[in-house]
Design a protein around this ligand. Structure first.
Ligand SMILES: Cc1cc2nc3c(=O)[nH]c(=O)nc-3n(C[C@H](O)[C@H](O)[C@H](O)COP(=O)(O)OP(=O)(O)OC[C@H]3O[C@@H](n4cnc5c(N)ncnc54)[C@H](O)[C@@H]3O)c2cc1C
Length: 471
């Protein structure tokens, strides 16, 4: 008999309560404080208490499943729903109280669900060295299929700059809801607060998984425990040591100290120029994020130098959330008013000079030209002809010279974006491990370097769908 969603979880909770009752008897209760029973009940949100035996439910007591999915994140939910839709008896083991925690904060809470690049060849260009492995998976379940999947389940997508696709509701939790509904529709069982602690295997075959709530067996297993970024969401890299134990290579995540790439030509034209004692601040979708003081080096690909390198990791996370801009404050020790006074004094002392010639060593010529251009002042203008409005515009730009950040250098070596199992160790038509005959891998477990813009979640939909079809 097929069980309904949550029955396994009810059973596990019932077992837990039964255990608590026994523990209480042994430990005894503290007459002044809460009993252990009520403490556990509170922690596990059991209200009203569930009896150890739930008489009106008829369980198939077997802990054997067709497929067990370890990890109920983006790719695990997709895999489980797909496998359920094919009539398999599927169980998700998720250590958090709810599934899809990282997904629900993705894209700054709006979830950049995919990238609307429907041409596979052009899409592949974003995946660096992994591209040659990804044609087959994307041909099976690509961007169009991701659009169709969500839109046919009542969640239309909208396309924004850089072809980034978002749910029209701009709500990442809505994406989680669609995936959970799909699992519910196909009777996928979910046990939350259930951490897998050990994988038992022999002769290239997984036999069972040990969890905080007992041991489960299955014909096949999907490992979907994600990577290492934002560990508070449950992605603590648990899968990597298991994968090593199972015979896989695990590539260590790329160091996060990388230069930032900028497409604006004027920035690239300044290559070789270093400016010292400035403040660089970052915004995401126009909202202030963080700043650092130091020096920056302009390069042929964007900006670098120690200050910038140390900004890379937080910038890589911001890039997952929206459009990131850098803003240079060229005179961070002066506020706007004081800078205005200083410029006024400078101009007063050099009334008959051209504006491009009054700065001495204060500003690099290339940067000054850019600032004058943005302030709509010709560099050939005599200082006495500069109007008050022009001067105020210029001062504002000297305090905030902005340009968009395109990504991290090269192939976006963000900590959120790489490290894991090399694709050569998995059959990319099935997502099946080449080391273990009943194991399938998905999502962030793979070593794939990719930029921000929906490319990570597209990998989750693709690999999850295929693993669910094959596992
Ligand atoms: C802040 C942020 C924003 C992002 N925004 C975007 C975006 O807008 N677009 C985009 O394409 N990508 C985005 N990403 C990347 C994207 O979220 C990930 O690529 C994706 O969530 C990975 O999915 P996954 O299924 O591989 O793993 P995860 O979503 O990390 O899920 C893994 C699950 O496994 C569970 N788990 C782990 N260990 C165990 C265990 N031992 N037992 C049981 N369960 C376990 C975890 O609790 C978790 O629920 C973002 C990432 C971050 C950090």
């Amino acid at each position: 008999m097929r069980k309904s969603v949550g029955q396994a979880s009810y059973r596990a909770i019932a077992q837990l309560v039964a255990r608590v009752v026994r523990d209480d008897e042994v430990v005894g209760s503290n007459p002044t404080g809460p009993t252990k029973k009520s403490f556990i009940r509170e922690r596990f949100f059991l209200s009203p208490p569930i009896p150890a035996i739930i008489p009106h439910m008829h369980f198939d007591d077997s802990t054997h499943f067709d497929l067990i999915v370890i990890g109920g994140g983006a790719s695990g939910l997709m895999a489980a729903g797909r496998a359920g839709s094919l009539g398999k008896r599927v169980l998700i083991l998720e250590k958090n109280a709810e599934c899809g925690k990282k997904l629900s904060i993705s894209g700054g809470g709006r979830c950049n669900i995919t990238n609307a690049e429907f041409d596979i060849q052009l899409l592949l260009e974003n995946y660096g060295d992994a591209a040659k492995f990804l044609f087959s998976p994307f041909a099976q379940f690509g961007v169009q299929e991701a659009f169709d999947f969500f839109e046919s389940r009542g969640l239309p997508l909208v396309i924004e700059g850089r072809k980034r696709a978002f749910p029209s509701t701009h709500s990442a939790p809505d994406v989680v809801r669609v995936l959970l509904d799909e699992c519910a529709k196909h009777h996928v069982e979910i046990v939350n607060r259930c951490a897998v602690t050990k994988i038992h295997h022999a002769n290239g075959h997984i036999e069972s998984v040990e969890t905080s709530q007992g041991t489960f067996t299955a014909d096949s297993f999907v490992l979907a425990t994600g990577g290492l970024s934002h560990p508070e969401t449950g992605s603590t890299g648990d899968g990597f040591p298991w994968l090593k134990d199972l015979g896989h290579t695990v590539v260590t995540p790329t160091p996060s100290l990388v230069p930032l790439s900028v497409k604006e030509q004027w920035v690239r034209d300044l290559q070789g120029v270093t400016i010292k004692d400035i403040k660089i601040s970052f915004t995401v979708d126009g909202v202030k994020a963080f700043n650092k003081k130091g020096s920056i080096l302009f390069t042929h690909f964007g900006i670098s130098g120690p200050t910038v390198l140390h900004c890379a990791q937080p910038v890589s996370i911001l890039l997952q959330e929206g459009d990131v801009d850098a803003h240079l404050d060229l005179f961070p020790t002066l506020d706007e008013g004081s800078l205005n006074t200083a410029v006024l004094e400078l101009f007063d002392g050099h009334k008959n000079m051209l504006i491009k010639n009054v700065w001495g060593g204060l500003l690099h010529a290339g940067i000054l030209n850019r600032c004058l251009m943005l302030a709509s002042i010709s560099s050939e203008t005599p200082v006495h002809s500069v109007t008050r409005e022009e001067r105020i515009r210029l001062v504002k730009i000297l305090k905030k010279l902005s340009f968009p950040i395109d990504g991290l250098l090269g192939m976006d070596k963000a900590i959120v974006a790489d490290g894991g199992v090399p694709l050569s160790e998995v059959s990319m038509t099935t997502m099946k491990s080449k080391k273990i005959d009943n194991l399938y891998l998905t999502g962030d477990l793979f070593h794939i370097v990719r930029p921000s813009g929906g490319y990570s979640l597209q990998l989750c939909w693709t690999t999850g769908f295929i693993a669910g079809s094959e596992g």
